[in-house]
Design a binder for this molecule. Structure first.
Ligand SMILES: NC(=O)C1=CN([C@@H]2O[C@H](COP(=O)(O)OP(=O)(O)OC[C@H]3O[C@@H](n4cnc5c(N)ncnc54)[C@H](OP(=O)(O)O)[C@@H]3O)[C@@H](O)[C@H]2O)C=CC1
Ligand SMILES: O=C1O[C@H](COP(=O)(O)O)[C@@H](O)[C@H](O)[C@H]1O
Length: 518
């Protein structure tokens, strides 16, 4: 992180306007993130948070809500009588506001000026919309009309996903936002980009002689990206039933991870240079022109009742707020090609699903076998080399190679070099929201999605959705607690591959370099 940028935040300060202050996201992620930033000195006392939502709350009630959220969800806990907490809480104010009420925004403008004077803040304003996306356009317009954007420093808009429902709705939303904010002022959150190991992909790729020369179709057989969840749709059935795994996870997090794995090295570590490279990958994605192509390369599934981690779970169609005849997919897998010089012919297999056996986020790079390998005939256990990025729950990197079994003649065994980052630094690395909020405050847009990335990703998934809408009867059912429909395994088997076990570890494998403590 640039020290200058961090100092800028501390010296100039910021007012954070949190729309949706009474909601789930604010409570679970945003208050804990602000508190961690404060505790770690990324925010000085030159800051204020104005919580905004329709529900009535006094400042005291609001501060109490923030306290409860920190107790439950934050990395750093607060003591109610702790002077640091008391000082922190004084920076929080609540204002009841319906986002359709422009007069309320005029009052908000006055509140902002008062808080800037009170805390010595240099007129910098960050608007965080933890709201349903159909409210974004009205907020932007009313911020303008209510004079809240008239400030002496910068103003920025942070918005949550989903950014639209398809390309036309995303374009409409974008036009509404860009009638008020410039592209540079808009920070579109994809919280996967705030994850430690997702950010580490570029470092591992571009800062090591070891991998970059092999990072192409000459040496890589395939890449596998798994984002599996054990949870179902929880209390978000209404939203999810209109979204499904394709829009909820693939359009954003999964395609972003594909871009991180496939992009060329940027010429500088400048946000626009990095995002330019990601856009090139999205432009090179091989689209689907017929429904037949979609059904050959894409698998969609929906969970039925089953057992997850020893507990009986209902099927998707029995979940709250879900249509009992729903054909919404809770599982999505696809074979994706990046049609460019580096990746020609290399499949990227991606899969995500709810109610799978484990919660994990992992990327596996499977290398091609050595041509004319003299050990091949003798050793049935000879396996391809794997490089595994473990994003969640453990964070780290895992490299699997072949080596001689100690004491044997030429018996080969798979061994692993395992860098377990979370074993070393514990679970105390900053949360994705903490990083992203801080990046937005200091004006670093590297890990936010630019409009052209969003548009290209919608273009890609809209074609899949259109094929499904043509009435294809390819929705596969899978029992909760399984690894999804068998067709997702066949997708790889047809190419002579298989999904690698999560954690990359095979039975009998020897881990010979590790920093694990467990
Ligand atoms: N929760 C999560 O983990 C994640 C959420 N998101 C996204 O973040 C956004 C917010 O999600 P979440 O917090 O879960 O949603 P919630 O439904 O929990 O909260 C919505 C918030 O919006 C406020 N609100 C609704 N209508 C108005 C209005 N007319 N004027 C002012 N405030 C209003 C509500 O307050 P009140 O009723 O008091 O007005 C509430 O504070 C959504 O876009 C969601 O998709 C994205 C990733 C993860
Ligand atoms: O964006 C979303 O992500 C979560 C999964 O996030 P993770 O950080 O826990 O892996 C997912 O549950 C949710 O449906 C989706 O909207």
């Amino acid at each position: 992180m640039s020290e200058m940028r961090m100092d800028g935040v501390r010296e100039q300060g910021v007012v954070i306007f949190l729309f949706g202050a009474t909601g789930d996201l604010a409570s679970r992620k945003l208050y804990p993130a602000i508190y961690s930033m404060y505790r770690e000195g990324k925010l000085s006392d030159k800051f204020a948070v104005v919580g905004l939502a329709r529900r009535p709350r006094t400042n005291e009630q609001f501060r109490d809500d923030v306290f409860q959220s920190i107790q439950e969800f934050a990395r750093h806990k607060a003591g109610a009588d702790d002077p640091e907490w008391i000082r922190f809480a004084e920076h929080f104010e609540y204002m009841p506001l319906d986002i359709h009420n422009v007069d309320g925004f005029r009052r908000l403008s006055e509140t902002a000026s008062r808080l800037e004077g009170q805390f010595g803040i240099a007129g910098n304003r960050l608007f965080y919309l933890a709201l349903a996306p159909d409210l974004f356009g009205s907020v932007a317009q009313n911020l303008l009309e209510g004079g809240v954007l008239e400030c002496s420093g910068w103003h920025r808009l942070v918005i949550e996903k989903p950014f639209g429902f398809d390309l036309p709705s995303a374009e409409k939303l974008n036009a509404e936002l860009q009638s008020v904010f410039t592209e540079k002022e808009i920070y579109r959150i994809d919280h996967y980009l705030g994850k430690e190991m997702v950010q580490n992909i570029n470092v591992v790729r571009f800062a090591n002689t070891l991998f970059e020369p092999l990072w192409n179709n000459k040496y890589i057989a395939n890449i596998q990206i798994t984002l599996s969840e054990t949870v179902g749709v929880e209390d978000r059935g209404g939203y999810y039933d209109h979204s499904g795994a394709l829009r909820d996870m693939a359009q954003n997090h999964m395609l972003q991870m594909v871009t991180m794995m496939a992009m060329e090295a940027p010429s500088r570590l400048h946000p626009e240079d990095i995002r330019d490279e990601k856009v090139k990958v999205l432009r090179s994605l091989r689209g689907f022109s017929t429904s037949e192509e979609v059904s050959q390369n894409v698998v969609r599934g929906q969970y039925t009742a089953g057992t997850v981690k020893g507990q009986e779970k209902p099927g998707y169609r029995s979940e709250d707020s879900v249509n009992p005849d729903s054909v919404t997919e809770t599982y999505f897998a696809a074979k994706v090609f990046v049609d460019n010089f580096r990746w020609a012919g290399v499949p990227f297999y991606i899969r995500t699903g709810k109610r799978l056996p484990v919660k994990t986020t992992e990327v596996v790079v499977e290398f091609k076998s050595i041509p004319d390998n003299v050990y091949l005939a003798k050793n049935k256990r000879l396996q391809p080399n794997l490089l595994v990025f473990r994003v969640h729950p453990l964070e780290g990197i895992y490299l699997k190679i072949n080596a001689k079994e100690p004491g044997s003649d030429e018996t080969i065994i798979p061994v692993a070099m395992d860098f377990c980052q979370s074993c070393q630094v514990g679970i105390n690395t900053p949360e994705a929201y903490e990083r992203l909020l801080f990046d937005a405050v200091r004006g670093d847009s590297t890990h936010f999605t630019r409009w052209d990335e969003v548009a290209l990703a919608w273009q890609y998934v809209d074609r899949i959705k259109a094929a499904w809408n043509e009435g294809a009867d390819d929705l596969r059912l899978y029992p909760a607690g399984s690894w999804g429909p068998k067709e997702s395994h066949e997708l790889l088997e047809r190419d002579g591959f298989h999904w690698w076990p999560i954690n990359g570890q095979e039975e009998g494998e020897v881990v010979w370099v590790t920093n694990r403590t467990e």
